[in-house]
Design a protein around this ligand. Structure first.
Ligand code: ZN
Ligand code: ZN
Length: 263
């Protein structure tokens, strides 16, 4: 059985937790180490028992607390080489034993959990999403998605639980306060995933067997939880899928720990 919890999710900072009971993994550490330690405590877990910190890409909303967590508890950080090169300075001194590298697209083991990374189109050096496998269970996390590709959909396919980005409402973003070049970046192929597109992806995956969904990495300025939820709910309803009855649909919040969900 895999336990999953979103500790923090949003453009202001991301940290997700996944555990088999034996292997405890932090996915991104984009808020302060102190807040991550407290959030773990609030769900009955201890940061000193983390097996690893995985980093999806070098943007600070994914890396802010990683260096301190690693040094304080002697925990290895896993990222691909390009991400390491870009985040090395922000992280501070990381012992050679705790500087672990994976190749995007390959599979590696952490205790009893197998991890497969897959590329994500986004404006970072080599951003990835993660598949976690324990026996027949597959859990996937994918945020900071500029656009959906066929290979990305294949990576999401067949998961029991997914945390997927629902970053912005397209209309809110267009009329919102961001300067035009930032709007263009977010809407572009290497930016972030809209609620509308997340709805399409969730509906497709729900039709194909995925039963638990978290929407994450919501923008503070261009989205709000009820809007993301309702947009995806509508996309599911179009396929006659009812959230709460047929699938679990939940919004991962920026400053509140989610329920711990088991699959
Ligand atoms: Zn990013
Ligand atoms: Zn991000």
């Amino acid at each position: 059985m895999i336990k999953f919890c979103s500790l923090f999710s949003g453009s202001s900072g991301n940290a997700l937790y996944i555990s088999s009971g034996k292997t405890n993994i932090l996915i991104d550490a984009g808020v302060s180490a102190k807040r991550i330690i407290q959030a773990l405590e609030s769900i009955g877990e201890n940061a000193s028992e983390l097996s690893a910190v995985l980093v999806s890409h070098e943007h600070t909303d994914h890396t802010r607390g990683a260096g301190i967590i690693s040094r304080k508890f002697d925990i290895p950080i896993y990222a691909n080489e390009n991400t390491w090169m870009c985040m090395e300075k922000q992280l501070g001194n990381i012992g050679i034993n705790n500087r672990r590298c994976f190749n995007t697209g390959t599979e590696f083991e952490l205790g009893d959990i197998s991890i497969k990374t897959f590329p994500i189109p986004h404006d970072a050096s080599e951003p990835v999403g993660f598949n976690f496998f324990l026996k027949n269970t597959k859990v996937t996390t994918a945020t900071d998605i500029g656009h959906i590709t066929k290979s990305l959909l294949e990576s999401l396919y067949g998961s029991q639980l997914i945390l997927l980005e629902a970053n912005h409402d397209i209309e809110m973003l267009k009329v919102g306060p961001y300067p035009w070049n930032l709007k263009r970046r977010i809407l572009g192929d290497s930016g972030h995933l809209s609620n509308e597109m997340a709805g399409k992806v969730v509906a497709y995956l729900a039709e194909n067997g995925t039963s638990k969904f978290f929407l994450g990495h919501l923008s503070r300025e261009n989205n709000f939880p009820e809007l993301a939820y309702q947009t995806v709910l509508n996309a599911l309803a179009e396929k006659n899928i009812c959230a709460g009855r047929d699938v679990m649909l939940s919004v991962a919040l920026r400053d509140r720990t989610s329920d711990v969900v088991e699959v």
